[in-house]
Design a protein around this ligand. Structure first.
Ligand code: SF4
Length: 232
């Protein structure tokens, strides 16, 4: 069987057709068109736990992966383990080629404080390239409301940076939609969300936010940086 190559026009059409529909419809579309060459990228944040719940109900065999930077919060490993147990999934771990010690030797101690872009490249982007190898589609939890850089995210798009189809089932959702889903379906979530961490990344680059602050204000506080480069 030949593998279908999707044109940008066809992807735009698919995206328009899924606009206003439920996130599950976007996941079903991705599974129907790309299984088994697709995966859900999971950082175990509030959006991603919704997607794990939806995806395992649609097709529990779709690959789920996460990027372990060696700098995640203990609470992130806890939620990984709770999801693994509840849904019977096996999230695949991708790690940086360098240990933290090797990185410190090559680029200096605490690279995240001196050159976070390089640190994200080593600990996130390069492992993501490994995770996406051989795939035709990846599913992510980005939402338009999260940041100006995400405001125009379509439901389906061609990811020019990584050269595969990207599906954003929650693109249209508000944060209330996310939490309504979590409570309605009793989905386990990272307890740091209850401690004023709306957006959770690596421990050195994630701070709690104050009431009324931008939900991503706690990420790379003190830097202009607002994205790790996975979704640019
Ligand atoms: S989020 Fe911070 S610690 Fe994590 S990879 Fe990026 S710069 Fe490094």
């Amino acid at each position: 069987m030949t593998t279908k190559i999707w044109s940008e026009e066809e992807l735009k059409e698919a995206s328009s057709g899924l606009e206003g529909k439920d996130p599950e419809d976007a996941i079903r579309w991705a599974v129907e068109n790309f299984y088994p060459d697709l995966a859900l990228a999971c950082s175990f944040g509030a959006e991603d736990v919704c997607l794990v719940d939806m995806q395992t109900k649609i097709n529990p065999r779709v690959k789920i992966f996460y990027l372990d930077t060696d700098l995640l919060f203990k609470e992130t490993y806890d939620i990984r383990d709770r999801l693994t147990k509840k849904y019977g999934i096996s999230p695949i771990q991708y790690r940086p080629a360098m240990t933290l010690e090797e990185q410190a030797k090559a680029h200096g101690d605490k690279l995240w404080a001196t050159n976070p872009d390089l640190c994200c490249k080593i600990r996130k982007i390069d492992p993501l390239l490994e995770a996406l190898k051989g795939l035709r589609c990846w599913i992510t939890g980005i939402r338009r409301e999260q940041a100006p850089t995400r405001a125009n995210a379509p439901v389906v798009e061609w990811d020019k940076k990584f050269n595969l189809v990207k599906v954003n089932p929650l693109a249209m959702w508000t944060i209330n939609d996310v939490w309504n889903y979590i409570h309605k379906h009793d989905v386990p979530y990272n307890i740091l969300h209850d401690r004023n961490y709306p957006s959770i990344g690596c421990a050195p680059c994630t701070k709690p936010v104050k009431s009324g602050e931008d939900p991503r204000a706690g990420r790379w506080a003190g830097f202009q940086k607002k994205e790790c480069g996975l979704h640019k």
